[in-house]
Design a protein around this ligand. Sequence first.
Ligand SMILES: Nc1ncnc2c1ncn2[C@@H]1O[C@H](COP(=O)(O)OP(=O)(O)OP(=O)(O)O)[C@@H](O)[C@H]1O
Length: 237
Amino acid sequence: MVIEDTAPCAIAMRDVRFDWPGGQFGLDVPAFDVKQNETVLLLGQSGSGKSTLLSLICGILAPSQGVIQVSGTDIGTLGRAKRDRFRADHIGIIFQMFNLLPYASALDNILVPLRFSKARRARVQSPRQEALALTRALGLPDALVARAQASTLSVGQQQRVAVARAMIGRPNVVIADEPTSALDSGAQEEFLELVFGQVRDAGAALLMVSHDERLASRFDRVIRLDQIARQRRAAAS
Ligand SMILES: Nc1ncnc2c1ncn2[C@@H]1O[C@H](COP(=O)(O)OP(=O)(O)OP(=O)(O)O)[C@@H](O)[C@H]1O
């Protein structure tokens, strides 16, 4: 199924239903869109289903019904392997704890998405030069990026590496799951500045999840999970 009138949308969800195995928690999303070039902050309390929603959009989880369209592709029609490929090709992901490979260099961490995606690799002329251009823009010295093991970097340096890894090969959708939760407020500001700059340069859509309302003023649009999704919880016995 193709959702009509979503041409400018990077993400479009219609009548989506998902239940975690065990039936303790489920999510219904009647309609949710993020436009290309739009920055959206998704707020919600702990346990409300924000990460579940992001996993559906990234194709890590599959809905039991409904349509999830990312960059014009209905990812629900893809099998698991194709969803994994689609995610690698089209989505840049910034995780809460950055999830860097600890013993690899910062540079090798940044190049990981290109190893998993030919399409993303094809959008990069010189991987090493592009990675270093990104890290320079993010304020990291070349020698550190090329030589330092990720585990030896400060949290601030790790977040920059995580942004560069998400942005290499210019994905058109960037998903960030509470990427500022480990940072103090000064570092949060700086981090958002970096992410927004990179997302704008790539012409990408950004969907960031947080429970921190103070971030709201920076985004084109702020929504609460309960405005777009209905949560289903099993009654406690
Ligand atoms: N792997 C899992 N298996 C079964 N149920 C799960 C699983 N992960 C999450 N859930 C259920 O989904 C609910 C929502 O979890 P989710 O992680 O999506 O919330 P969240 O809003 O991202 O929370 P937080 O802000 O604390 O990260 C949880 O309360 C839990 O009941």
